[in-house]
Structure formats: C-alpha cells, structure tokens
Design a protein around this ligand. Structure first.
Ligand SMILES: [Zn+2]
Length: 280
C-alpha cells in the first residue's frame, strides 16, 4: 500500500469535555468544525469523522455535509460518556442508542467507532465488534495520560505497526513515537495545539521516516475562536483552562503545515473506511 495519511475529527461540543459542569448555555464551537472543513477544502483532502450522536438531534449544524469528505462518518458515543465509567450493560445501551440516532439522521448504519477519551477495554470493544462495525480507532499507547485506556489486542492479527485485524473488524491504533524513556504524543488532539510546531513536526518527521501510515485526530474546539461562557471559565482550574484554550489560534496553521509535511513526504490522504476496503 502507498504511504497513507488519515485525518480524523471527533465531532463534539465544548461541554462534552470532562472539565465542564454540563451547563450548555447555548454556546457552540462548531465554527471550529467549519474551520477544519475549510482546510480540507483548501488542501483537497478527505477525512473521517466520529460524531457524538446527541448533536444530530439537538444541533442546528448540517452534519450531512460531512459525508462530502470521503463518506466516512462514524460514531463517538451518545453524549461522550467514557465507556470505562459504564458497566457493560450501560455501555451496550449507550451504543445502541447512538446507532439508532445515527441511522435516524443518515439513513444508514455507521461503520466506524471511536470511544470518548480512548477509554475502553477489551470486553466493551467486543460489544462494538459484535455490532458489525467495520473498524475502530480507540487504541492509543500513551500511559502518561491517565484518562486513556489501552485495550488488549490479543486475538488480533497485526497487519502493520498501527493496524490490527480480527476477522472483518480493523483497529487503527493512534500513533505515538517511542523513545528510550516512553511514548511521545504525535497523534493530534490537544498535543498538536499545545506542543510547539517545530518540535511536533520533528517528532512526526522522525516517525514517518520508518512508516507508511500516519493518522491524527482533531476536535472542533481546538479550531474554534468563539469564547467559552465566563461562568464556565471561572469554574475551571488554571490547568484545565490551559489544556482547553492554550494556542487555539495557532492550530489551523499547524495543521496546514503538517499536511504539507506529509504531502511533501509522498503521503496520500484517505479515510479509515477506504483503508479497510483496500485491505480486503
Ligand atoms: Zn471525544
């Protein structure tokens, strides 16, 4: 397979983050999603999306437009509850409800899944697999982030460094750069926003030197320029405010630069769904 890169977007609102109390205040960060879509248009590249399905019912945004970018829209739970805080029954109910919301909106079944905060274990991943999803991208090996799970992939065949298969189900592990002292986050998210661009790109450059596949995840709030309600900001710790807001204005430029870096190194952009099709 050619050198392939995938950009994925976890479509969620600011209040889905753990830092907030849940007061939704009518504020939205979907301008951040529009900013990401603009970059995809400018660069003429597709993307994969994972949507928090309660947005499909509650939101005025036209999510149908996402299908234009490679027709690969998966689900990211009903309302961003972390699977590792749910028992198997609660998780199954949540997943079933997300699938129902999805079908109601898109008139077809979802093929992709990503757990909120990558917080899922093997037992619950088996529930996902049993629902006929084509793929998942909830695995990440970054032990320093205590929110993340890192589920066991025994029983899966390793197809390449980040791709695993069990029958017709594929798991895409989010990349990390291994060093003598641990794992460096090179898979996007807040790390792309917070880490200086020159350093982030140095890590990515070193990773793609020995790899044919790279992918990242993004969030609308990282690309939003709208203001979070003051009442919510007041209730946040300094650390959480930093994690949520630092460097937001730089993220678009960093993403463009990363896309150029990948293109310059011979990478073609695709979607998880297309990648799975090519694997067959
Ligand atoms: Zn999320």
């Amino acid at each position: 397979m050619n050198k392939t890169a995938i950009i994925s977007i976890d479509v969620e609102e600011w209040y889905h983050l753990d830092y907030f109390s849940g007061d939704r205040s009518g504020h939205s960060v979907m301008d951040g999603l529009e900013n990401i879509l603009r970059v995809l248009d400018e660069e003429r590249i597709p993307a994969s999306f994972f949507i928090v399905t309660e947005l499909l019912a509650n939101h005025s945004f036209n999510f149908d437009i996402l299908k234009k970018y490679g027709d690969d829209v998966g689900i990211h739970s009903c309302n961003h509850k972390k699977p590792n805080t749910q028992c198997v029954e609660e998780f199954t109910e949540d997943l079933d409800s997300a699938i129902r919301d999805y079908i109601k909106y898109f008139s077809q079944a979802p093929t992709g899944y990503r757990a909120p905060c990558f917080a899922i274990d093997k037992e619950k991943m088996e529930v996902v697999r049993a629902k006929d999803f084509l793929y998942d991208s909830s695995k990440i090996d970054l032990p320093q982030n205590k929110l993340y799970g890192n589920f066991d992939l025994t029983d899966y065949e390793k197809i390449s460094p980040l791709v695993y298969k069990c029958q017709n189900f594929t798991v895409f592990e989010v990349p990390t750069k291994k060093t003598a002292t641990g794992s460096l986050p090179i898979g996007g998210g807040g790390y792309l926003r917070i880490i200086p661009g020159w350093l982030y790109e140095r890590w990515v450059r070193s990773y793609i030197r020995d790899s044919e596949f790279y992918h990242i995840y993004l969030h609308p709030y990282e690309f939003s320029t709208s203001k979070i309600p003051a009442s919510e900001l007041r209730s946040m710790s300094f650390l959480n405010r930093f994690r949520m807001l630092y460097n937001r204005r730089s993220t678009r430029k960093k993403l463009k630069s990363l896309i150029r870096l990948l293109k310059g190194n011979g990478y073609k952009f695709s979607t998880y769904r297309q990648y799975c099709t090519n694997l067959k």
